[in-house]
Design a protein around this ligand. Structure first.
Ligand SMILES: Nc1ncnc2c1ncn2[C@@H]1O[C@H](COP(=O)(O)OP(=O)(O)OP(=O)(O)O)[C@@H](O)[C@H]1O
Length: 351
């Protein structure tokens, strides 16, 4: 049968474990509603994230679907972005997870599946899409797309620790944050930026080919496309998803006490007003571990972290792999199914 009109074949990938298992029911509701609207729905739900990514990627690559809808949290958006980024196949998001930072940053309905799915139906009917940037990440673990932010410091360490705890552990992110701050020692980084448009007072050394470099110890190195991570932490309060740029937050904080005071202020985004927090706006950044050298001060009261102790880089809450990684903003890599006339959300909401 080849009489299915364009944009009517929709792949739906559900994370049944999202929001403590509520993703399953939400997914069933979404698929049923799309079918009742006359769409040809293919279930692309996987056994796990790897399987879901493979199924969605294959369906998009083979031209088997005209749009992909993911149901879940930021982990599921991460799955969807692997499949659609750069392909021209639009992505719909029904935010049914715990944190839902991507949906919130794009002003999509959060934990409101009825509203979300009606918005998707309107977008599918009209063909309305909103182009948004995504982050292309390359490193020793290969290439990945990230929808929200790439973390390589304290937030990556918190993420890494939280992912080792069972999902049912209440407040596993808060517990992990407390543990990481308690054991905090600043890591040494070597950052190379490309296409810097604002340096945020970080003393950058100009390099060849539109690059600029910074070496030093820091608590936080986060390359953000959207303004929030971790379920509402406003890590880069002014990040935009339509500017082709990353907001790279660098906090050359060396003491545990300073790290402990930064964390709470990140929920409101006020940390970027501190003199020891910088936001570098650039097209790309390579984040590498630095050995000690004249421009990387040695251990202070808080001790020294060897490169091997650095957390894995994380993106959208998922482990990406070890440093070095290069994160590059790719303009309009994702076409987001969005309700016609809805606020774009490309400008971060005021704190
Ligand atoms: N079938 C599946 N498809 C996709 N992801 C899955 C699946 N089963 C388990 N997961 C895992 O679910 C995790 C989180 O998914 P997601 O962000 O969608 O939901 P969440 O409730 O917001 O999660 P979190 O516990 O991270 O807050 C991912 O790390 C992923 O590996």
């Amino acid at each position: 049968m080849n009489d299915v009109p364009a944009r009517r074949r929709v792949g739906v990938a559900v994370n049944p474990t999202a929001a403590g298992g509520r993703g399953l029911d939400t997914g069933r509701f979404v698929a049923a509603r799309l079918r009742s609207a006359g769409l040809d729905v293919t279930d692309l739900t996987g056994r796990d994230a790897v399987d879901a990514t493979a199924r969605a990627t294959t369906a998009v690559r083979d031209g088997a679907v005209d749009a992909l809808v993911v149901v879940g949290g930021d982990g599921m958006v991460h799955v969807g972005v692997q499949a659609v980024a750069g392909t021209g196949v639009p992505l719909g998001v029904v935010a049914a997870g715990t944190g839902n930072d991507f949906a919130a940053a794009h002003r999509l309905p959060v934990r409101h599946a009825e509203t979300a799915v009606e918005g998707l139906l309107a977008a599918l009917a009209t063909g309305h899409v909103r182009p948004v940037d995504a982050i292309s990440v390359t490193g020793p673990a290969g290439g990945r797309w990230v929808a929200g932010a790439v973390s390589a410091g304290l937030d990556a360490a918190v993420n890494q620790r939280a992912n080792t705890l069972p999902a049912r552990v209440p407040a596993r992110y808060a517990l992990s944050a407390l543990a990481e701050i308690a054991g905090f020692r600043a890591w040494a980084y070597d950052l190379t930026f490309t296409g810097v448009v604002a340096a945020g007072d970080l003393p950058l050394a100009p390099g060849p080919d539109d690059t600029a470099r910074w070496r030093g110890r820091a608590a936080l190195v986060t390359a953000a496309n959207i303004h929030r991570i971790g379920g509402g932490i406003r890590v880069a309060p002014d990040a935009r998803t339509d500017d082709g740029l990353l907001d790279v937050v660098v906090a050359p904080v060396l003491t545990r006490a300073a790290a402990a005071t930064i964390f709470p202020s990140m929920f409101s985004g006020r940390h970027v007003r501190r003199r020891d927090v910088h936001v570098v706006r650039a097209r790309a950044v390579t984040i590498a571990a630095a050995g000690p050298g004249p421009d990387v001060p040695g251990p202070r009261a808080t001790g020294h972290h060897a490169a091997a102790d650095l957390p894995l880089a994380h993106g959208d809450g998922e482990a990406l792999g070890p440093l070095p990684v290069t994160a590059r903003a790719v303009p309009a890599a994702v076409l987001l199914l969005a309700t016609p006339g809805a606020p774009s959300g490309s400008v971060a909401a005021a704190p």
